[in-house]
Design a protein around this ligand. Structure first.
Ligand code: C2E
Ligand code: MG
Ligand code: MG
Length: 955
């Protein structure tokens, strides 16, 4: 280490010596020039003989010194030169300089004393010594950095001097030489010492430098370290700050966590309480079975936990589980414990402390098993009381089955009126499946194209939202295409706060009932035969026109039509033919009177047409003529053509009357008049008929009064036996003995009475009076008198007739055989079995049955055989035509047929002898007619009887 250090110091000292010497060499050269100049000047000044050699020496020395100065300045600038070159240069320079000094000393010491005599030895000695001592003094000053440099300048300089001592042994100068030698030795020693001092100084300097550098380096390092330390300190501070921050955050987090934990704890406690409450409410009882320790933790109904020994618990369980469920319970438990099921689940009955059975649902799972043998170690579970649930389920099932089975459409809506459930019947009603209905709004499944329907729906919804209830009938068309008349009842269901939660709707299908009603209404209002409105509807509708629509319809015409001579034609065509004719007539009337307000079929062959009168329409006369014209074309019935004519009676509103009955009567009077004129004509009601009209209006009311006031009396028209001209009996014919109008014939009130129940009352009165009269005649001795009474279909149907007859027979104690009932063929048509039974019962009372007006009705000959008819009464219309060949043939055939069937034949309406004779020839049994007598009041009839009592004796 010290070697390295020494080497370094040596190197440095050497470098310092060279560098310093380079710097000091300039002073040395300048010093040499000055010394040389000084010596040269002294010589020139004192010795006035110039010497070439001295001049040359002087010049060459000065030149060399100057050149050396120049080279040193240029080539060896401080710190910018090679040490090696500098060293060589210095050595050369000092050697040369020493050499020049030596040459100079030699010149001064040897040459000049010889050359110039003024210049003696002493002079030489002094100047050379000056040159030597001064130059060496300068060399000692400037070149002792290294002894070597000094020596190079010193040795050549002293050589001439030393040589002189040995060459010229001059003793005079001995002391001088000695002095000089001594001075030179001292100089040399000083040079050596100086060199050593310089060397030591350089070494010290070097060491010092090194120490300084080291110190600087140390300072630098210290600074760096300080800097690093500062940085580290800053970092530490930052870290500390960060740590503090983190600390604070951590504290904050810890606080938050603590708060959260506290909250969670509170929540958990709350939840725990909630759970306990929930368990309590839901009837849940958790259990925890520690299989390993054979203990079980069970919860009672008050959510209190009890730890029990397993054996005790099992024993208890076996006692309270229903015997039917024990096996199922055990099986499920074993299966799970053996790991064969994921979950233990069992539903069974247990007995509570009151001895009642209730259903529970037990569910559990093994939560820990022995890892080696998989044996269950711990199991947890929950037992739930499901008694209420089961009861509710059963109730729900029942309700669902009711809903399913109900034969009414039932639907449930939510509070937005959207379907949430419908029953199968509602699906059937709407023709929509449940899936298509659910979720839709109440009326989204109906067609809402018509504004009326939309309005109806809107008002239903409004009512529902307002009152929570709707009840009503409606026609509904569903989008499925189904159209129904339904009765809908919707009710809101509310919760405890009275908020509507649901709506329940019940829908009844009224379609069939409506159709039925429509059918009934049709039957009520329409004549099924002709499809025209019937009398009832005609009256109702006409009344509507007159009352309700008074404002819109100003004038009306009522046309009453009747088919001329329908009865015989009807009889000719038979039942179905007559019906077909009526149908065709109705059809033709309908087609011809398309503009009419309506065309009605009142009954039989009676029709009515109502027209609105307007100046823009054809006149009523034109309408009627058009009808007549239409009827000029024949009707084809059963491939036979028949020409039909009509009689028409017309009345006008308001001219002829403002009330329905008035108008009808007026039209009827017109019709009667047309009929009286022989038919096929049109008659307008005229005022002259007012009396009759008024009569008609109040007819029914008056007739009732007449019955109550006993104004009905019976006239008796005699019937004569053709054989002996004796009185066979009478026909009882009713008359109305009107207090003011006198005797009113039956044709004026019987048709009206037939349309009401009055005919039965009238019939009863006639039977009573007749029976009474028979009694009277019997009492007078006319025992074989047989009196016939006219009976109409209504009397046969009402079931009162038999009672009336029995009552009369019993009251007046007469024989049944003294009574005879005249019925028309048409009476036999309706409900013929009932009629036949009735007639049989009448026959049992020995009362004879006579078929009145024979030939004018539906003369189906089968009736004659089927019904117990005793007498045939040939209608007056045939008798009156006796004389006409064809008619006579008919009469003769009728009589022959009646006789052939064992019936008695009566000819009514005999007015002439010719008719009498003709009938007598045909062996007709009984004659009745004006030829013998008109119908007579009872007193006159008695007289007639008494007068003709003699006839048999005359005969
Ligand atoms: P009918 O049963 O055919 O009675 C016969 C009608 O012919 C009677 O009319 C009688 O006066 C009339 N007559 C009898 N002989 C002749 C004659 O030679 N020439 C003419 N031109 N007429 C003759 P009347 O009494 O006006 O009775 C009419 C109809 O009223 C009866 O026809 C009968 O259907 C009905 N009628 C009368 N009385 C009663 C009754 O008490 N009860 C019911 N239900 N109907 C009755
Ligand atoms: Mg009669
Ligand atoms: Mg008759």
């Amino acid at each position: 280490m010290s070697n390295i250090q020494d080497e370094y110091i040596n190197k440095h000292v050497s470098a310092a010596q060279i560098t310093n010497t380079i710097r000091l060499s300039r002073f040395f050269l300048v010093s040499i020039v000055i010394v040389s100049l000084y010596i040269y000047c002294i010589y020139q000044f004192y010795f006035a003989k110039p010497s070439f050699y001295l001049n040359l020496w002087f010049i060459s020395t000065v030149l060399f010194c100057c050149l050396s100065l120049l080279i040193t300045s240029i080539h060896f600038k401080p710190r910018n030169f090679s040490l090696k070159h500098a060293h060589r240069w210095l050595q050369f320079q000092f050697l040369a300089t020493g050499s020049f000094i030596g040459v100079g000393i030699a010149l001064i010491y040897y040459y000049l004393p010889q050359y110039n005599h003024d210049f003696n030895q002493v002079h030489g000695l002094m100047l050379s010594a000056l040159l030597l001592i001064v130059s060496q003094a300068f060399a000692l000053t400037f070149l002792t950095q290294r002894l070597n440099y000094f020596c190079l300048a010193f040795i050549p300089a002293i050589l001439p001097y030393l040589a002189s001592q040995f060459i010229a042994a001059d003793t005079s100068n001995y002391l001088f030489h000695l002095t000089i030698n001594f001075a030179l030795i001292v100089i040399l020693l000083c040079a050596n010492t100086s060199s050593r001092i310089h060397q030591r100084i350089s070494a010290l300097y070097c060491k010092n430098n090194r120490l300084v550098k080291n110190a600087e380096q140390q300072v630098l390092w210290t600074d760096e370290l300080c800097q690093q330390l500062k940085t580290e300190i800053n970092k530490s501070k930052e870290i500390e700050l960060q740590l503090q921050l983190n600390n604070q955050l951590l504290e904050q987090k810890v606080k938050e966590r603590t708060f959260d934990l506290a909250k969670m704890n509170t929540d958990l406690e709350n939840q725990q309480q909630n759970l306990v409450l929930a368990h309590e409410i839901a009837g849940l009882r958790p259990w925890d079975w520690n299989i390993k320790d054979r203990e079980i933790l069970i919860t009672n109904s008050k959510q209190q936990k009890t730890l029990k020994a397993l054996k005790q618990h099992q024993h208890q369980l076996q006692n309270i589980i229903h015997s039917d469920d024990v096996e199922h319970f055990k099986f499920s438990m074993k299966q799970h414990l053996r790991g064969r099921s994921n979950l233990y689940e069992a539903t069974y009955r247990i007995q509570n402390s009151l001895g009642k059975w209730k259903w529970v649902h037990d569910i559990g799972r093994v939560i820990s098993r022995d890892p080696i043998n998989q044996k269950a170690l711990r199991m947890v579970g929950i037992r739930r009381d499901i008694q209420q649930e089961r009861t509710d389920q059963e109730r729900l099932k029942l309700a669902a089955s009711v809903l399913k089975q109900a034969s009414e459409g039932i639907f449930i809506l939510d509070e937005q009126l959207c379907y949430i459930d419908v029953n199968p019947f509602y699906e059937k009603l709407t023709n929509f499946s449940q899936e298509k209905i659910i979720g839709k709004h109440l009326f989204d499944i109906t067609a809402n194209h018509k504004s009326q329907q939309r309005n109806d729906h809107y008002s239903i919804i409004n009512q529902l939202l307002k009152t929570g209830e709707y009840d009503g009938e409606m026609n509904e068309k569903f989008l499925s295409g189904k159209e129904l008349t339904v009765w809908m009842h919707i009710n809101a269901i509310t919760d405890e706060q009275n908020r509507v939660t649901h709506y329940i709707g019940i829908v009844s299908d009224l379609t069939e009932r409506k159709l039925q009603e429509q059918r009934l209404s049709y039957l009520e209002n329409y004549d099924p035969l002709t499809d025209l409105p019937n009398r009832f509807y005609y009256n109702y509708q006409l009344h509507q026109y007159l009352v309700s629509q008074k404002d819109s319809i100003q004038q009306l015409a009522v046309i009453r039509l009747n088919i001329d001579r329908f009865r015989p034609l009807n009889e000719f065509l038979s039942n179905s033919g007559g019906d077909e004719l009526l149908r065709q007539v109705a059809q033709r009337l309908r087609l011809t009177n398309a503009e009419a307000l309506f065309v009605a079929h009142l009954n039989g062959d009676d029709f009515a047409i109502v027209y609105e009168i307007s100046h823009i329409r054809p006149s009523i006369q034109q309408h009627c003529e058009r009808i007549s014209q239409a009827f000029s074309l024949p009707f084809t019935i059963f491939d036979q053509e028949h020409i039909i004519t009509l009689s028409m009676g017309i009345a006008f509103y308001p001219e002829n009357g403002r009330q329905l009955d008035y108008l009808n009567n007026c039209a009827e009077q017109g019709l009667t008049e047309a009929k009286n004129l022989g038919g096929n004509t049109i008659r307008y009601y005229s005022n002259k008929n007012t009396a009759l009209l008024e009569q008609g209006i109040y007819l029914e009311r008056d007739l009732r009064l007449a019955i109550n006031n006993n104004e009905l009396i019976v006239y008796y028209q005699p019937k004569i036996n053709f054989s002996d001209q004796n009185i066979y009996g009478f026909e009882a014919l009713v008359r109305w003995n009107h207090p003011t109008k006198g005797i009113i014939p039956p044709n004026s009130f019987i048709p009206l009475a037939e349309r009401t129940s009055l005919i039965s009352d009238i019939g009863r009165i006639v039977i009573q009076q007749t029976a009474k009269q028979i009694r009277h005649w019997n009492d007078l001795g006319f025992n074989n008198i047989c009196v016939s009474v006219n009976v109409v279909a209504q009397q046969l149907q009402r079931g009162q007739l038999l009672e009336d007859l029995d009552y009369a027979i019993q009251t007046y104690q007469i024989s049944g055989s003294s009574l005879e009932l005249e019925i028309t063929e048409s009476s036999l048509l309706e409900n013929s079995i009932t009629v036949k039974n009735l007639l049989d019962e009448i026959k049992e009372r020995k009362i004879n049955i006579s078929l009145d007006d024979f030939g004018t009705g539906y003369s189906s000959l089968s009736y004659l055989a089927d019904f117990p008819i005793d007498i045939l009464k040939i209608d007056r219309s045939f008798i009156s035509k006796i004389g006409e060949n064809k008619q006579e043939a008919i009469v003769s055939a009728m009589i022959a047929m009646g006789k052939a069937m064992g019936m008695m034949v009566v000819a009514e309406g005999i007015e002439t002898q010719q008719q009498l004779q003709y009938l007598q020839d045909l062996k007709c049994d009984i004659a009745q007619g004006f030829l013998f007598s008109k119908p007579l009041p009872e007193s006159e009839a008695t007289i007639f009887l008494e007068q003709h009592r003699l006839i048999p004796s005359q005969v």
